[in-house]
Design a protein around this ligand. Structure first.
Ligand code: ADP
Ligand code: MG
Length: 456
C-alpha cells in the first residue's frame, strides 16, 4: 500500500528543500519519515542533560595525546588509515582554540537497564551532519500535518542550525583576523551538499562570514601557508570545518594527504582538530566504558549517569566476565553472534559486521586485524510502526529510531568558553536493517514528539 498523500508529501519535501543528489546527479528528496518518533519527557530531559558532560569529556580526552596514542597506536599496525592520521599529529600546538560540533547518538530500549532506557550507539566528533536538513524536515512535517493541529503541535521544537552557526562565528571571530573565512572540507561530488550549503548560507547571512568549499585534493593543490595562516587564494582561513577526511576513500589521491597536512601545519581552528577526531574512534569509546578510564575523563557528578547509557564493549582477545565465567570476547561473539556487533575504526555508516558475516569476519582476521576492531553488545531498540518515504516511494513498516543530540563546545587551552546542547536528529529505519546512515541509504530523517504516557 502506498501512503495516501504521497504526492503531496513529496511536493512538500521539495518545496522545503529536503533535497540531495543521487549518483547520476539527479536532484532527489532525502529519505524521510512521516511518523514522528514518540519519547517520554524523562527520556528527552535525560538526553539533553547528557550533552554537556559528554562534550566536556571529549575535550579532556582530546587533550590527552599520550592517552590517545597509547590506545590507538597498537591498532595502527593493521589499520593504515589510522596510522596515517596518527602520523600527521604534530608535537607543537599550532592552535589552542578547539571547536567541537558533536552528535551523541542513542537508541531507546523498551525496558530500563541501570535505571535508563537510553543506550549510546556512538558519539560523532567529526562531520556530525544534518543540522540544516533536519530543520527542512521539521518544516515539511509542519506543512504536512497543518490540518491535524494536534500532531503539528506535538512535534518537539528543534533548531540546531542557529547554535551551530553561532558557535562557528564565535570561533571565526576569536581567530583574530577580520578577513578570516570558514572553509568547508568536502568530498568531491558531495551528494548531500544542501545540508552544508544551508549551514554556510546561514553563517554568511547572519554573521557576514565568507564561506569557501574545497576538497582535500583542492587544498593540497591550491592551498598555501602565509605566516602560519592557511590561505586559499588570497583568503586566510580562520576555521576549517570537516565534512570529509573521516574515511580512507577521501585520501585516494596523494594530493589529499598533502592538503590535510597543510591544514595541520597552519594556525586555522579545526572542527574537529586531529586529536578530537581521534578521540571519537570506536576504540576510545570502548576504553571509556572501563570505569577507571571514565573516572579519569568524565565530569565527576555525571559519571554514573553517563555510564548507565553504555552497553558492553570489548577489545578482541580480552577476557570478560560473563555469567560468572571468565570468557574470551571472541568466544562470546562466536557463541551468540546475534548479541554482538563488530566495529572497525570507521565513520559514515556501512562499516560494521552483524550476525553470520560477523563470525566469518572474526574467524578470518589475523591477530593484528582483530586488534583494530571492537566488539559491541547489540542494542535491541524499541520498535514502532512508521511511514518511510524513499526515492519517491512509500512504505509502512515496523521501524527503529536512533536519536542524536547535537552539542557545541568552544575551548581555549582546554578552558571551556561555550558548551551547550542544541537540538536533535532522528534517523528511522526498518527494524530488519542492521546498519544505519541516511547518506549510506539505510535510514530516513525523522522528528520527535512527546508521548503523554507510553504504554509499556
Ligand atoms: P558509524 O560511525 O559508521 O555511523 P555507528 O557506530 O553509528 O557507526 O554504527 C552504524 C549503525 O549501525 C548505527 O546507526 C546503528 O544503526 C547500527 N549499530 C551500531 N552499533 C549498534 C549496536 N551496538 N547495536 C545495534 N545496532 C548498532
Ligand atoms: Mg553512526
Amino acid at each position: 500500500m502506498q501512503y495516501p498523500r504521497l504526492e503531496e508529501a513529496l511536493d512538500q519535501a521539495a518545496l522545503n528543500g529536503l533535497l540531495r543528489y543521487d549518483e547520476s546527479g539527479n536532484l532527489i528528496h532525502v529519505p524521510f519519515s512521516l511518523s514522528p518518533f514518540s519519547i517520554s519527557q524523562a527520556e528527552l530531559h535525560e538526553m539533553q542533560q547528557l550533552t554537556e558532560p559528554f562534550s566536556e569529556m571529549m575535550l579532556r580526552v582530546s587533550r590527552d595525546r599520550e592517552f590517545i596514542r597509547e590506545h590507538l597506536e597498537p591498532l595502527a599496525e593493521s589499520d593504515t588509515f589510522l596510522d596515517m592520521l596518527l602520523g600527521m599529529g604534530l608535537r607543537e600546538e599550532t592552535q589552542t582554540l578547539q571547536l567541537l560540533i558533536q552528535r551523541n547518538d542513542f537508541f531507546l530500549t523498551d525496558h530500563e537497564v541501570s535505571g535508563t532506557t537510553l543506550r549510546q550507539v556512538e558519539l560523532n566528533t567529526i562531520a556530525a551532519s544534518f543540522p540544516y536538513l533536519i530543520e527542512r524536515l521539521m518544516e515539511t512535517q509542519r506543512d504536512h500535518f497543518a490540518d491535524e493541529s494536534i500532531l503539528s503541535k506535538m512535534l518537539l521544537p528543534n533548531s540546531p542550525l542557529e547554535m551551530v552557526v553561532d558557535a562557528m562565528a564565535k570561533a571565526v571571530q576569536s581567530y583574530g583576523n577580520a578577513d578570516g573565512s570558514m572553509l568547508t572540507v568536502i568530498q568531491p561530488n558531495e551528494a548531500n551538499r544542501f545540508d552544508q550549503l544551508g549551514l554556510e548560507q546561514k553563517l554568511r547571512k547572519k554573521h557576514g562570514i565568507r564561506c569557501l568549499r574545497n576538497s582535500l585534493e583542492d587544498i593540497g593543490q591550491n592551498g598555501s601557508l602565509k605566516q602560519g595562516h592557511l590561505m586559499i587564494g588570497n583568503s586566510p582561513v580562520a576555521l576549517v570545518y570537516y565534512r570529509a577526511g573521516y574515511t580512507p576513500d577521501d585520501f585516494k589521491n596523494p594530493e589529499a594527504k598533502k592538503g590535510r597536512e597543510l591544514i595541520e601545519h597552519s594556525s586555522a581552528i579545526q572542527t574537529p582538530d586531529l586529536w578530537m577526531q581521534l578521540a571519537g574512534m570506536k576504540k576510545i569509546q570502548q576504553a571509556l566504558t572501563r570505569p577507571e578510564i571514565l573516572n579519569q575523563f568524565a565530569p565527576k557528578p555525571w559519571i554514573s549517569k553517563m555510564a548507565s547509557t553504555f552497553v558492553k564493549m570489548h577489545s578482541l582477545g580480552e577476557d570478560t566476565q560473563a555469567q560468572d565465567i571468565s570468557q574470551n570476547a571472541m568466544d562470546l561473539a562466536n557463541k551468540n553472534p546475534e548479541s554482538w556487533v563488530l566495529k572497525p575504526q570507521r565513520e559514515g555508516g556501512g562499516n560494521n559486521y552483524f550476525d553470520k558475516e560477523m563470525t566469518q569476519k572474526l574467524n578470518n582476521m589475523t591477530p593484528s586485524e582483530l586488534k583494530a576492531h571492537v566488539l559491541m553488545e547489540r542494542i535491541r531498540p524499541r520498535n514502532h510502526p512508521a511511514w518511510l518515504m524513499v526515492q519517491g516511494q512509500s512504505e509502512y513498516t515496523s521501524c527503529v529510531s536512533e536519536i542524536g543530540r547535537y552539542g557545541v563546545l568552544l575551548a581555549n587551552r582546554g578552558t571551556i568558553e561555550l558548551n551547550s546542547d542544541c537540538g536533535y536528529l532522528v534517523r528511522t529505519k526498518s527494524e530488519d536493517v542492521n546498519e544505519g546512515g541516511v547518506c549510506a541509504g539505510y535510514s530516513c530523517l525523522n522528528t520527535l514528539c512527546l508521548e503523554e504516557k507510553r504504554v509499556p
